[in-house]
Ligand binder design. Structure first.
Ligand code: F6P
Length: 546
């Protein structure tokens, strides 16, 4: 057994699990009229209700003890102070410096990174204001009306999710598009709607070596040059965001339109850097800085709140409680705000690329489960699709519900109906419906006894399904910044407890290597196929059928 599973705090939780597992939350609420007060936290305009979880005060104490045993507080300081906690890549993890709104210096290798961070923010402001005001014009002198971000993974999902979430704050004169997939359909369908004279491409890639992004960027460049009739046009219509300035220069992007970031920013943590340029262009730099300020507020909460009142710590430890002790393997994220419809997709990369690890920081295999699968959909749509499984399926699926008190589009009773559904779902998941209650309903409907008995088991809801609820005033840039940072730090807490490196992603490499080996085999039938039987046959079939 590993040091973690043998540890006092882990063993104490294992023993405690056997006491908690048979308890129903109905009873826990009935026994304690102040349960909500005990198990909710407010930070800024964010209310975190975690009372509908299978926990008691003792559980929280034991979970906090596990966080302390793993030295979460020490690692928080190490993260913020620029220690190279990404040990397999020997890098600091400092997306928090990008949103540091204080005058605190942040050192990497003895050098304060804050002047550089502020310099690039200044460049982003200048460029985004020039484009938005129409003073940056295209090759033919026309103002930019459409921006197309070309990137993938962290260089796509974060800016895309934020632009969707803050759509209502955007300038109507500027539209934002995102192309990520190497499937040419996405680029083609996007370009169909655009006029080259008024389109600005932003090629976003930390490494500037990613096959999908460079392939899309080359095709976009060819489209532009063909329409505008000159290579010179590229200077006014292409910008780049990268840590690899040599590669952006080699691609031919005007150095005035290149925005830098640094190797201490992980791809999936990069929306706070110049990777956020599409956000700044779309909603304006002031709003982008409000987003940073919201994340900073959450960082300050995370650094300073005691562990038992610390929202990212509590959320992270609850995930460990269900994943490692109850055996849950997925986590649903259910935003009751249409503007957050891409939030679950964004969280998938954040969480699963960070914590999908099978060896610990020292390279030893772990004997406990790590990251869960994350999935979800905007409410109420999910209710009519997959909630059935959460309510009556055999697996435990802890779920997060997120909702604004105020709609940005107040229309009749829509928002009250939306929130009624949100609250009803967490209530139903917690309280369930007993056999007696179901029977009483069927009796009241006058069902004959034989039919009643046959139907009864299907009408029972076990309940006792754990949920968190995050309520906020309205989805503005500040609140969105808080929410994103909250989930980032939750993922961080879990990685520390599991003793894994949440900041590398070696698991994506093998597929990339094999794809580059297969590509020439698809392009040239003469190339031999040194593969397993299935892969060889699939390639053969493609060669014959294409
Ligand atoms: O697929 C792995 C990955 O490295 C992600 O971590 C990253 O966000 C994405 O590819 C894109 O990388 P880049 O920004 O270097 O193009």
């Amino acid at each position: 057994m590993s040091k973690l599973t043998l540890s006092t705090a882990w063993q104490a939780l294992s023993a405690h699990y056997t006491a908690i597992e048979p308890l129903h939350m109905r009873q826990l609420f009935a026994d304690d009229p102040s349960r909500f007060d005990k198990f909710s936290v407010k930070s800024g305009d964010l209310l975190f209700d975690y009372s509908k979880n299978r926990i008691t005060e003792k559980t929280r104490k034991l979970l906090v003890a596990l966080a302390e045993q793993a030295d979460v507080p020490g690692f928080i300081e190490r993260q913020f102070s620029g220690d190279k906690i990404n040990n397999t890549e020997q890098r600091a993890v400092l997306h928090t410096a990008l949103r540091n709104r204080s005058d605190r210096p942040v050192f990497v290798d003895g050098i304060d990174v804050m002047p550089d961070v502020r310099r690039v923010l200044g460049l982003m402001r200048k460029f985004s204001e020039a484009v938005r005001s129409g003073s940056h014009v295209g090759h033919t002198g026309r103002a930019i009306t459409d921006i197309v971000n070309i990137g993938i993974g962290g260089s796509d999902l974060g800016p895309l999710m934020v632009c969707e979430a803050l759509k209502s704050y955007a300038a109507p004169a500027l539209r934002a598009h995102f192309v990520s997939n190497v499937d040419a359909t996405q680029l083609t369908e996007t370009l169909k709607k655009l006029d080259a004279e008024t389109t600005l491409f932003i090629v976003s890639s930390k490494t500037f070596t990613t096959q999908e992004t460079l392939t899309n960027a080359r095709s976009a460049r060819a489209w532009l040059v063909e329409r505008l009739g000159s290579d010179v046009a590229v200077a006014k219509h292409f910008a780049a965001v990268s840590t690899n300035l040599k590669a952006t220069a080699a691609f031919g992007i005007n150095p005035d339109n290149v925005f830098e970031f640094w190797d201490w920013v992980g791809g999936r943590y990069s929306l706070w850097s110049a990777i956020g340029l599409p956000i700044a262009l779309f909603v304006g730099m002031d709003k982008f800085e409000e987003l940073l300020a919201g994340a900073y507020a959450m960082d300050e909460h995370f650094r300073t709140a005691p562990l038992d009142q610390n929202i990212p710590v509590l959320m992270g430890m609850l995930g460990i409680w269900y994943g490692n002790f109850f055996g849950a393997s997925s986590n649903a994220v259910l935003p009751y705000d249409q503007y957050l419809h891409r939030f679950p997709a964004y969280l998938q990369q954040l969480d699963m690329e960070s914590n999908g690890k099978g060896v610990d920081r020292d390279g030893s295999s772990v004997d406990y489960d790590t990251g869960m699968a994350v999935w979800g959909e905007a409410g109420t749509n999910g209710q009519h699709a997959f909630y059935q499984l959460i309510h009556q399926g055999t697996r435990m699926i802890p779920a997060d519900f997120l909702a604004p008190v105020h709609s940005q589009n107040p229309t009749g009773e829509h928002h009250a109906i939306l929130l009624a559904n949100c609250f009803a779902q967490t209530e139903a998941l917690m309280i369930g419906k007993t056999s007696d209650e179901a029977r009483a309903e069927l009796v009241a409907q006058g069902l004959p006894s034989e039919k009643l008995e046959a139907l009864l088991p299907h009408k029972v809801f076990p309940g006792n399904k754990p949920t968190n609820t995050l309520l906020f005033d309205r989805l503005d840039p500040h609140t969105l910044g808080m929410l994103i940072a909250l989930y980032e730090q939750k993922v961080f807490v879990q990685g520390i407890v599991w003793n894994i490196n949440s900041f590398d992603q070696w698991g994506v490499e093998l597929g990339k290597q094999l794809a580059s080996r297969i590509l020439p085999e698809l392009l040239d039938d003469a190339v031999k196929l040194p593969h397993d039987q299935s892969t060889r046959s699939l390639i053969d079939y493609y060669r014959q059928q294409r």
